[in-house]
Design a protein around this ligand. Structure first.
Ligand SMILES: C[S@@+](CC[C@H](N)C(=O)[O-])C[C@H]1O[C@@H](n2cnc3c(N)ncnc32)[C@H](O)[C@@H]1O
Length: 455
């Protein structure tokens, strides 16, 4: 292989992993850049993505195994070679359909492409062949689940495991980590304004796509084995569904009961997952909806998303930070949603880069920004109106502590019980009045608080 031939999926995976660990940039940004630069065919793109996500979910077990096979300590292995080996080991242990000889050849090809000195190709070749030899001798050989001191390996950084064991206890933490290390299922929210979940289920059945109803949200369908293009699912253009985990589906319900002809604001709209949900529900209630998002790329995707799902022309999208949003002609909002920027520690199963990119020190800065956003939102909420605060973090400083701190300075607001707005199966996700699902309950980790301004 020469540098004039296009790079392979394995090479892209190893390079992306190296860059991620070096720069702590999100996988989405790194991968999109690589795809644009290299024009990988869809099949290779999917394989590269699988390898990257797989290695991120198994990082510590792969490293533990590698340090048992390699005579060179991990810290002394060149980062690209290290990640090429992780990608190779991941394929050997998890992707049964790839011939083992191809795994070794491809790893050596990646080294050639990277212009790694020839003498080191033998090192890569030797480690992978030795692994295969051990597996042939003992087919029941698996990756280690404890480290050399006998401590369980969780495939999460120690600081996060320590925090979660303080919050949830060690057993629950181990369960959360285990769930996060599995490949998550695709979850859809059926757009009930366009089609019922039962009718959409029929369409999936006709297309031979295995699925089942979600456990908590009545509008959800779970597709355990689907790995294709989302656009290829039945009724994408017709707006029959949106990809959204059950936890994210449920938090929008906390704005209920919706007020007829009411004025609503999504104060941190992002790509519009929750704005679109609100817009769908809003059609029936004739809502006027405003949303605020400072990032122009996200706002443009949001517009497409909302148009596809609700065709709503009563959505007013504002590109700015909430602190700069003057409101609409001094009118106050009957409902405000603050889906605040957060550490994302509740969704490190779906986005395993988060667990390695985050720093514990960042949590204090997130909670400062979250409290500021909540205070801004309070001024935009009408008397009698509902203010919903939500994050996809599991950290108390970003969740209940933000709410407690807010309530001490805003006595006009009272905390109401989230249970009243949720369908019966989801009510068990509420603790101390807060919506608090976490991955051990086979749902993304979220937090939601429903506040009402006294009128
Ligand atoms: C958790 S995401 C929102 C996800 C979105 N609600 C959804 O369901 O797709 C938080 C969003 O807040 C935006 N944001 C950051 N600072 C903000 C600010 N000062 N005012 C409003 N939005 C902000 C970020 O750009 C990001 O898109």
């Amino acid at each position: 292989m020469t540098n004039t031939t296009p790079p392979t999926a394995r090479f892209i995976a190893a390079e992306t992993l190296c860059k991620l660990f070096r720069t702590r940039t999100s996988i989405k940004i790194l991968f999109d850049r690589k795809i644009q630069k290299n024009n990988l065919p869809a099949r290779d793109r999917n394989l590269a993505m699988n390898l990257i996500y797989g290695v991120l979910r198994q990082k510590q077990t792969l490293d533990e195994f590698l340090s048992g096979v390699s005579r060179t300590p991990l810290k002394k292995i060149d980062p690209f070679i290290h990640q090429t080996l992780s990608v190779g080991l991941y394929q050997i242990f998890f992707l049964e359909r790839i011939p083992r000889s191809a795994i070794v050849n491809e790893a050596v090809n990646s080294c050639r492409y990277k212009r790694i000195p020839q003498r080191l190709h033998g090192f890569v070749n030797g480690i992978l062949r030795e692994t295969i030899r051990r597996l042939e001798k003992d087919p029941s050989l698996t990756l280690p689940d404890t480290d050399k001191n006998g401590n369980p390996i969780h495939n999460h950084p120690d600081w996060l495991v320590k925090r979660w064991s303080n919050t949830f206890g060690m057993e629950e933490t181990a369960r959360i980590c285990r769930e996060n290390n599995r490949e998550p299922c695709l979850v859809l929210r059926v757009n009930c304004c366009r089609i019922s979940p039962a009718d959409y289920s029929r369409k999936l059945r006709e297309a031979s796509i295995p699925h089942q109803p979600g456990m908590f949200s009545t509008a959800s369908l779970v597709l355990p084995d689907f790995h294709g293009q989302i656009r290829s699912l039945p009724g994408f253009d017709a707006g029959y569904f949106q990809v959204q985990d059950e936890a994210a589906q449920l938090v929008t319900l906390l704005l209920g009961p919706l007020k007829k002809d009411g004025l609503y604001l999504d104060g941190c709209a992002g790509l519009g997952g929750k704005t679109a949900h609100l817009a769908e529900r809003g059609i029936q209630h004739n809502l006027e909806i405003h949303c605020v998002e400072p990032d122009s790329r996200r706002l443009s995707l949001l517009r497409d998303n909302v148009k596809r799902l609700s065709g709503d022309n009563r959505l007013h999208a504002h590109q700015m930070g909430l602190e700069d949003f003057p409101g609409d002609n001094n009118r106050l909002y009957d409902g405000v949603l603050i889906d605040a920027p957060c550490s994302g520690t509740g969704v490190t199963g779906r986005h395993p880069d988060i667990r390695w990119n985050r720093r514990e020190e960042e949590i204090a800065e997130y909670s400062r920004r979250q409290l500021a956003l909540l205070k801004t939102a309070a001024d935009l909420t009408a008397p009698g109106g509902i203010l919903v605060y939500t994050t996809c973090s599991l950290e108390p400083e970003e969740n209940e502590e933000v709410i407690r701190s807010f309530l001490t300075t805003h006595p006009a607001f009272i905390l109401t019980d989230c249970r009243d707005q949720l369908p019966e199966p989801a009510q068990k996700l509420v603790k101390n009045g807060f919506f608090q699902p976490h991955p051990a309950m086979t749902i993304d980790g979220f937090f939601g608080a429903r506040l009402q301004k006294q009128g």
